[in-house]
Design a protein around this ligand. Structure first.
Ligand code: SF4
Ligand code: SF4
Length: 396
């Protein structure tokens, strides 16, 4: 059962459809009672990337959270819902209020059945078993609960290619600390190891993926395209859940840096048992990958990369571009940029490309979809001739 992922069809977000699908998907693992004991303080960790409505497919749908919360309550646990939204959004009470309101989560707390988190304190926690990161900053509700249920969204991601259960746990790192990880870990392999280290420190007991609608193309924010997937996916193991989700999307796991890192660490078995059907029947056709996707792998060896990365970065990786006509100078991108490469000049965001490490936090954090990514003309030329990926940095 440990190496298993369950998959159940779910056509819409009606409460009864979602409840039926989630109950069935968890029943393969013994039901919610196999995970929750009387008196457990359970933290539900959705994807609340930004203040976006549920039908944008950017955030975990509130009905998923409501169903899980009620199941936990029936099993004898109490429920708190907590996340620190994406890069550029401060981890403050005001920001959380705005996110809860726009995503529809505020209604979940109306009858006091569940608690929405407003504790914006955080702590630095020692992680001696971490392979790369020995100390991690995490929000305090995570420390104060007894169990975590991870509720990721099925989305593409321009930096990590797929944003599922593993990447969702990065949300327990508080607001403005997130961009500093991009600055410290400029190589996506290192960033991936950090994600795995985070799972060593804080491991969810169960992962329930909202794949009723998801994002394809240039997710995980406003540039992604909504795609009906009609699935609920469950596993106690977040890494295996992401492997199977990628297989459904037609994403090669060799192109997903944190899954490559997990494979290197021996965390992906040769076979993953699928419960609830045959994997083939769930596979999507023509799922649009992010522009950064390269099935041949995602990077050069570190030594070579160190020598040529600065040149290659400009020639071959996607460049974030500010569309001046859409920019309204809100400065979200300025706050989210880990290398301080963005300034507001003449009421428009301006990027200093020498400082830019192509982490795409600005794309993720822009509420106006005013930051897009573009390949250089030279990279387009090379891609047309089928040698893309030969010169490719980890950063892009
Ligand atoms: S590019 Fe987007 S996030 Fe940056 S200032 Fe303009 S509107 Fe705000
Ligand atoms: S300007 Fe570059 S470094 Fe800054 S957030 Fe955007 S992609 Fe990342």
């Amino acid at each position: 059962m440990i190496d298993s992922v369950s998959i159940v069809r779910c056509e819409d977000y009606d409460f009864s459809s979602v409840a039926g699908a989630i109950q069935k998907a968890i029943s393969f693992f013994g039901g919610i009672e196999a995970f929750i004991n009387l008196g457990d303080k359970v933290l539900l960790k959705p994807n609340l990337l930004s203040a976006s409505p549920p039908d944008s497919a950017i955030v975990t749908h509130p009905t998923i959270v409501e169903v899980l919360g009620k199941m936990v309550r029936r099993a004898g646990g109490s429920v708190i819902i907590a996340d620190s939204p994406g890069a550029g959004i401060p981890y403050t009470v005001n920001a959380l209020q705005k996110v809860y309101k726009t995503t529809g989560y505020d209604k979940l707390a109306q009858d006091n059945t569940f608690l929405l988190n407003f504790d914006t304190t955080w702590s630095l926690i020692a992680n001696p078993r971490g392979k790369l990161i020995k100390y991690l900053e995490v929000i305090n509700p995570v420390i104060n609960c007894s169990k975590i249920i991870n509720l990721p969204k099925f989305k593409t991601h321009t930096f990590t290619i797929f944003s599922g259960a593993v990447k969702n746990m990065f949300g327990i790192v508080p607001g403005f600390v997130k961009p500093s990880y991009h600055a410290r870990l400029q190589n996506v392999s290192q960033f991936s190891e950090m994600l795995l280290d985070l799972l060593v420190l804080i491991k969810p007991i169960l992962n329930v993926m909202d794949a009723v609608i998801g994002l394809e193309g240039d997710g995980p924010g406003a540039l992604g395209k909504v795609r009906k997937i009609n699935l609920i996916m469950v596993s106690p193991n977040p890494i295996l859940l992401d492997v199977v989700a990628c297989q459904i999307a037609g994403i090669d796991i060799e192109a997903v840096p944190f899954l490559v890192a997990a494979k290197k660490q021996g965390l992906i078995p040769n076979e993953i048992e699928i419960l609830g059907g045959n994997l083939e029947e769930f596979k999507l056709t023509n799922f649009q990958k992010p522009k950064t996707y390269d099935p041949k792998g995602f990077g050069l060896k570190p030594t070579i990369q160190k020598l040529i990365a600065p040149i290659v970065k400009n020639l071959f990786s996607l460049k974030p571009i500010v569309l001046k006509s859409k920019c309204r100078a809100c400065a979200n991108c300025v706050k989210s940029c880990p290398t301080k490469a963005i300034k507001i000049v003449n009421k428009k965001a301006k990027i200093n490309y020498r400082e830019c490490i192509r982490c795409y936090c600005c794309i993720e954090s822009c509420p106006e979809a005013a930051v897009i990514s573009k390949l250089s003309p030279y990279a387009k030329f090379v891609q047309r001739r089928g040698v893309s990926g030969f010169f490719k940095t980890d950063i892009g």
